[in-house]
Design a protein around this ligand. Sequence first.
Ligand SMILES: *[C@@H]1O[C@H](CO)[C@@H](O)[C@H](O)[C@H]1NC(C)=O
Ligand SMILES: *[C@@H]1O[C@H](CO)[C@@H](O)[C@H](O)[C@H]1NC(C)=O
Ligand SMILES: *[C@@H]1O[C@H](CO)[C@@H](O)[C@H](O)[C@H]1NC(C)=O
Length: 311
Amino acid sequence: MAILKSIIVALAAASAPITVLGFQLQSRAVVNMDPYPFCNVATNANCIAGGKYLIPILEFSSEGGAGDVAYNTYLPTSAWTFSKWTNGMMPERCYYWGVTADKWKATDFIIYNVTYSDCATPFVVCRHQKSTKSIGQLATIIGRLPVKMRQATSIYLVYGDQNSDNPNYGGYMATLAGDGIIIGRSVAYFSTSLVHETGHAIDSTLASPGSGKSFSSTTAWANAVKADGFAVSAYGAGSYVEDFAETTRAVLLDTIYPGGLSNFTQKNPNITQITNQLKAYKTVAGAYLTLGGKCDLAKKFPFPTELVKRV
Ligand SMILES: *[C@@H]1O[C@H](CO)[C@@H](O)[C@H](O)[C@H]1NC(C)=O
Ligand SMILES: *[C@@H]1O[C@H](CO)[C@@H](O)[C@H](O)[C@H]1NC(C)=O
Ligand SMILES: *[C@@H]1O[C@H](CO)[C@@H](O)[C@H](O)[C@H]1NC(C)=O
């Protein structure tokens, strides 16, 4: 894992500011965006495929949108148990991102192992006391991710929702794929946001094993996007890496929705505009977006063993 370049990416959501984190640079910029920020080729050099994206838009970005509802309907949640850490420690990565970088107080976090019936290795949730979702609610939402996807991660860092909880944090949700960690405000934890963020983790690990770079940075992905000429969504048009994460949502819907993505769009003929991206994604990572089975301990992002004192 150490050789993997960390991919840090953020999810835009309804009128929330998003944080773009730079792990290598250890810097961030806060930008305000609308829920479907489409890229403008004049101002964004990364704007792929000329800024064109699938129309009609796939309603899978917001909590309660059609995609989110479909995930909640067709993804069963895995049974879980949790146990609270009592050793006064926290994973070093929770300390680094939550305390050093994002300026929350270490003593305000409660650390949990969450163990799912489909994976022997626990996941760790570092939950700030201001989180408006309980550990049970969080475990249920995380447990909807098919285990073969979920295994791309290891740690969930969950913050409070109000700016007044911590005026130094202006972010929403992000993935630090090289650390196997997803970070977000508790309001940002809902099914479709986790599908997107886990897509980033899949991109840099499971879809590109041992390569040291994400699949979305390969020519194979660029060629699929180019062959289609349309990004999967408006947000996806902003960069290859976001387009890959958006494709995670599309492929998962195609897999679980009765009648697939075509049926999800009421058989809109334009769905063929993203055929090559769906195919390229399924070739490298489709197997991780299927239901059932167990996590593969050879592929699972490891349980965090580097710990620091929390209190
Ligand atoms: C199909 O895509 C084209 C090009 O983006 C768009 O103009 C058209 O409205 C779309 N058709 C439907 C039925 O959504
Ligand atoms: C959490 O899981 C780890 C790894 O399996 C284990 O060593 C540790 O004892 C567990 N802690 C708690 C509080 O369950
Ligand atoms: C298509 O989706 C509808 C619900 O939107 C469902 O009732 C129908 O059975 C699906 N068709 C197929 C072929 O699965």
